[in-house]
Design a protein. Structure first.
Length: 259
């Protein structure tokens, strides 16, 4: 059984940005491995739909709406997760946004939103979850970074800055938690077939289908990733199979950074 393989049966997981894309795939994967899951995001309709999917597959999921750009929202979300689950063993930070602009054309508003969603929300959620995990004797945090954490890309100034910071935050927290039972890792995907990738196409004035095909051509494996492939990596990092892994950024880019 999957739960036996991963050692996650009965674990309590909170996934942010879980109403679509990578976050939703992570919530489904964790529930499929036996976790009880809190699904969080800003869109209640989509969040409840993810919970219904999980329930239909025999899992347990609860939706809690939260806009984690405010620190008090993160604290409230963790409190709500504790109320519903009775504890917190796994935190996955998957919320994200992108503005496809170079630095000169990035407005103050676009810069602030990118850093608030991609970085501040991660920090606030981790900070709120940290004392809970310490009190339990440990836990696992997985952040969704990007290969843009390590390499630059045109017209992605704010996004690259935010994801680079997420990876460094992950490494620093991993060192803080290493002797205290808390493991912290990141996944670093390249292009993934999500609504956010389609939004990039629209921002650039491109046909989404043509944009995705072009993106696939730029990846050595010749295709973009499915959200479920990223979720598989998150599942590994959250599991007992990764019990000696902390402070890493697991790259899932089809060979892009190998260049």
């Amino acid at each position: 059984m999957a739960a036996d393989v991963w050692g996650l049966a009965g674990r309590r997981a909170l996934v942010t940005g879980a109403t679509s894309g990578i976050g939703a795939a992570c919530a489904r994967a964790l529930a499929g491995a036996g976790c009880r899951v809190v699904v969080s995001g800003r869109d209640a309709g989509r969040g409840e739909a993810v919970c219904r999917e999980i329930a239909a597959a025999g899992g347990e999921a609860h939706f809690v709406a939260a806009d984690l750009r405010a620190s008090e929202a993160a604290e409230g979300l963790v409190a709500a997760a504790l109320e519903r689950l009775g504890g917190l063993d796994v935190l996955v930070n998957a919320a994200g946004v992108i503005h496809r602009r170079d630095a000169p054309s990035t407005t103050d508003e676009a810069w602030r939103e990118t850093l608030a969603v991609n970085l501040d929300a991660v920090f606030y959620a981790c900070r709120a979850a940290w004392p809970v995990m310490l009190g339990q004797g440990g836990g696992v945090i997985v952040t969704v970074a990007s290969d843009a954490s390590m390499i630059g890309a045109p017209r992605m100034a704010a996004y690259c800055a935010s994801k680079g910071a997420v990876l460094q935050l992950t490494r620093a927290m991993a060192l803080d938690g290493a002797r205290r039972g808390i493991r912290v890792n990141a996944v670093c995907p390249d292009e993934v077939a999500t609504p956010m990738l389609e939004s990039e196409a629209r921002q650039l004035g491109r046909d989404p289908e043509a944009f995705l095909a072009e993106a696939a051509e730029g990846i050595p494996l010749g295709r973009i990733a499915a959200p479920e492939e990223v979720a598989d990596a998150v599942l590994f990092l959250a599991s007992e199979r990764a019990r000696f892994v902390t402070g890493t950024g697991l790259v899932l880019d089809g060979g892009v950074t190998a260049r």
